[in-house]
Unconditional design. Sequence first.
Lengths: 182, 550
Amino acid sequence: MNSTRRDWIFGTLGSTAWAAVAAAQEHARQSVEQPAAAKLEFFDTSAASDIAAIAEQILPSDDGPGATEAGVVFFIDRALTTFDTDNQNIYRNGLIDLNERRRKMFPGSESVAALSNAQQSELLRAIEKSDFFETIRIHTLLGFLGNPSYGGNRGSVGWKYIGFEDRMVWAPPFGYYDTEAK
Amino acid sequence: MTAQFKPTELVDFVVIGAGAAGGVVAKELSAAGFRVVVLEQGPYAREKDFSHDEIKFLFEGGFTNNTKLQPVMFRKNEREPAIAKKAIMYGRQVGGGSVHFTANYWRFHESDFHERSLFGEVPGTAFADWPISYNDLEPFYTKAEYDLGISGLAGANPFEGPRSKPYPLPPMPVKSSGVLFEEATRKLGLHPFPAPMAILSQPYRGRGACVHCGFCEAFGCEVRAKSSSLASVIPMAEKTGQCEIRPNSYVRKIETDAHGRATGAVYFDAQRREIFQRGRVVVVCANGVESPKLLLVSKSNLFPQGLANSSGLVGKHLMWDNGIMASAVFEHPLNEFKSIQVTRVIHDYYAADAKRGFYGGGGIDARFQYYPAGFALAGLPDDAPRWGLEYKKTFGEYFTRTMTLLAHATSLPMEKNSVGLDPEVKDAWGLPGVRITFENHPDDVANLKWLLEREHEILEAMNPKKVWSVAPDPVIDTSVHLMGTCRMGNDAKKSVVNRYSQTHDVPNLFVVDGSNFVTSARQQPTATIQALAYHAADYMIRAAKSGDLG
């Protein structure tokens, strides 16, 4: 546990009470069973579609399931009302600032979600060093690769994408080089 | 039927902290017939409470200290203001850090106990010899290995000290990272050995063998194959009928009488009621941060600068969890997410060598310690994109094809590095929050740079597709190896406890955990913490039986 990069893991999401994590998992089970029926609790419809568009830029679906298929926006929505309420304001303020910037960069545009792919990319490049973007980035990765019980990584699409499988029991040989050595 | 004592009962030993050290002490004392109450601030979580949930146990902190309830303040030195930061982390539960640790379990070398005599002075530090030798501790390392269940291969590490017995269990099966590491290090003339691990390679004393699920580091073992004190010595202690583990009991003060003897501990129970547990002897095993903190808050008229702190050294000489990683990606999948984190180690670079121009040295192991989201967020090269299709493709390709090397390294003891009480910030129970003051010695930074070069050499010798690392950053992140703060020594002016972890000032007060360490050796301290715990318990039993502890 000696990485020089461990900072962000412990700082980012803040500490939480147990009950909140359990609540998140309870609620999220619903979205796993009935993906289409997952209800938004924090984002309104337009904020959700903007966040979903950003998440899709972070993890696109060009080469296989991405943020959209994994249900990242539902993960984030649930996180912000359960174990990560601390970050609600960063989203509220971040979306306001982002839409202001969008109107300046793309006059006449209606929403982040309505921008073209190239425009969305340009917009995000303009904010990629911000705390807001980094928070969405982290949430997107957790929503893609975290346990499906939280509402993301639907059908384990994220895990399948990286070649990970959550099992209790494995047996050697484990990979190519120890198989070869045998 | 486990024991249950009334707080008003004068039990023989009150142990504070049910972690790596506390579990051992509790078991030894209760097995010797003494009545023991163990006060643990955290909950008594068990296997059913553990799961492969990266969000819960890594991102949300799992059973580690919660800085919202127990704030940690950090500053590099006295000239800087302290900021809120989780600069230290420990396992806050029955079993302590031994529940979530990676389970590395090699012994310190003979040289570690008298490195000051071997190497010489390191100016600007409190570099010193230990008051005990490897030979003093050897029987207790052996006892720990057999009680807990350690897998390894005696004699495979040419730098290890003499052993009275082999490991009780054979080594764990090698992983691809271990195979690649072994080939490369042998090519370089080095001596790889199977990693000694506190993980059962075979069924042992009623516990089943490891099933290679991959979730060791940061997670509790659902099948009791990781040899935490929770899985091993704590149940042994409870079975004696003489030991009560009392969780959710946060000690706020050790009480003393007019003669300066410890009389017991005041703690907050789960309902925040204050309760006084009486004991003939108090043993503090609360870890290298919580133990000095407790002594400092236990000040009284007789001990105005903190209990057992006549030396002024309680909390001083904090040593840090210094290490450095390098990674490589290969053509074919290693699947390092399966099975334990570490299977091979070298200690060829362990010993200090003045010719390098700095005090240092370290072990290097072959491992993979990332879980899915953590890898995507922190495991990639710095020059990889951080979002978008190329980013996704990179972590998608790299996750199963990457391994890392970790060098476990030195941390010099300096009096100015410390655990203290924050003058303003309080925790949720009204106790002072801890204030950590720490910065690395230049030799420790030079050592990390040097070890990083060695890691690059080893990884390049594996012919990977790419090698990457991050330069050692003198701004420290989170330390999980908490050492030095109740230093062991023969001179009561220069140390807090004696060779038996008994405080110099208070004969019926012991402190035994990582805080005893005189030097850091090369980290991964649990094996040595537990050997010290067996060593101290052995003395406590003899002294208590002959009436020396009152």
